[in-house]
Design a protein around this ligand. Structure first.
Ligand SMILES: Cc1cc2nc3c(=O)[nH]c(=O)nc-3n(C[C@H](O)[C@H](O)[C@H](O)COP(=O)(O)OP(=O)(O)OC[C@H]3O[C@@H](n4cnc5c(N)ncnc54)[C@H](O)[C@@H]3O)c2cc1C
Length: 343
């Protein structure tokens, strides 16, 4: 087991901020988990699980504990029938690699299974997918998740959990709420995909992309390519420009609030969702720089770390954006990425 000391969280996360973690352990096999949790329990230190760090922000004081970095690898076909297939991926695989694998599989009549093709190019690992019920372009993890295997560090054992035990909702699951936070290390994820194609109407920007190019082939590979092209045109590659998450969650309104919003000309999708990117853009913040953090010109929900020196720069930038939107619209935006360590 590879144990490193005093590793800057900035090196482990795509926003590239954050002081040192006291210990970092790379989890390469399931059996490393018992040993790693033992190590932390022996020293009476807290643990934090990291995939590729694209939805987590490190704080300046670092983390006086043990960060477990997920390096579990492997993708397997579990079973298939006339209409569907079950794929199991070890949780350290990149989600995009699982998508690629699924769209290239021969299904008996053609290539590709449908269910996660619209999640193409979402940064991060398979293990993080159930944590916030990853979603993009009309698909979300909840629609395809069959089950997960986890290491439960409270009971010190491996468990198998079915999708309906995970309380999956918008950016929500048992893994990021209540006493489930930090308790389960997801070691593998099984998804059930279908031998079908998506049918229109698609998510607005995907539909527009397909219409403009008169594309009527909706095979998983074609949808994957379309989503990849749309994302490349407006979202930063975190390997090139430091950023995390969508920085803000969308705003969810009840029926009365939604009617009031619509009467003011605010877009409300799916009965209650106000796109935070729209609010930020309308508040005139696109391209603005606050304390070294820049609101992306292409996608207002993305906050890019151009030259912020610390978490405290980010906190001030966040407050400036939240206040500007609150003053204009009365909605208080909430940050999506979780935080590690002391401020
Ligand atoms: C440019 C950009 C675009 C993005 N677009 C989208 C998008 O379209 N849709 C979307 O939903 N998200 C999006 N995100 C957010 C991010 O891609 C997802 O949240 C992704 O699932 C994070 O994966 P990760 O491996 O980097 O997780 P991390 O950031 O490392 O961890 C995220 C959380 O999950 C927990 N976790 C990670 N692995 C495990 C595990 N094995 N077991 C238990 N807990 C675990 C961590 O403790 C942490 O709380 C985007 C991020 C960026 C930077």
């Amino acid at each position: 087991m590879n144990i490193r000391e005093n590793v800057p969280i900035a090196e482990l996360t795509t926003m590239r901020l954050g002081g040192p973690a006291r210990y970092v352990i790379e989890i390469e096999e399931d059996k490393d988990l018992a040993e790693a949790y033992h190590f932390a329990q022996d020293k009476n230190l807290p643990t934090y699980i990291l995939g590729s760090g694209s939805n987590v922000i490190g704080r300046d004081g670092g983390f006086d504990g043990v960060i477990l970095v997920n390096r579990l690898r492997g993708i397997y076909v579990i079973d298939s029938d006339q209409t569907s297939i079950r794929l199991c991926a070890k949780s350290g695989e990149l989600l995009d690699d699982l998508v690629e694998y699924s769209v290239k599989l021969w299904n008996g009549e053609g290539f590709g299974y449908s269910g996660i093709e619209a999640l193409s190019k979402v940064p991060g690992t398979v293990g993080a997918m159930p944590v916030q019920n990853v979603g993009a372009y009309g698909q979300e993890a909840k629609q395809v998740l069959h089950s997960v295997c986890v290491y439960d560090c409270r009971d010190n054992c491996f468990k198998h959990m079915m999708a309906d035990e995970l309380d999956l909702g918008y950016r929500h699951s048992i893994f990021n709420t209540g006493d489930g936070v930090g308790r389960y290390f997801i070691t593998s994820v099984t998804v059930e995909l279908r031998k079908t194609q998506l049918t229109p109407p698609f998510y607005t920007s995907l539909q527009a992309y397909l219409d403009e190019r008169e594309i009527t082939d909706y095979s998983p590979q074609v949808i994957r390519d379309a989503v990849a092209a749309i994302r490349a045109s407006k979202l930063p590659d975190p390997a090139v420009e430091a950023s995390a998450g969508s920085f803000f969650k969308n705003v969810y309104l009840n029926e009365t609030e939604a009617k009031a919003a619509e009467a003011k000309g605010i877009p409300v999708w799916d009965g209650g969702k106000v796109p935070s990117g729209w609010l930020i853009e309308q508040a005139g913040l696109k391209g603005k720089d606050y304390f070294g953090m820049r609101v992306s010109e292409k996608a207002a929900l993305v906050l890019i770390n151009d030259h912020a020196k610390s978490y405290s720069d980010l906190a001030q930038a966040r407050e400036a954006i939240v206040s500007a939107v609150f003053e204009k619209y009365g909605y208080r935006l909430e940050q999506e990425p979780m935080e590690i360590g002391e401020a």
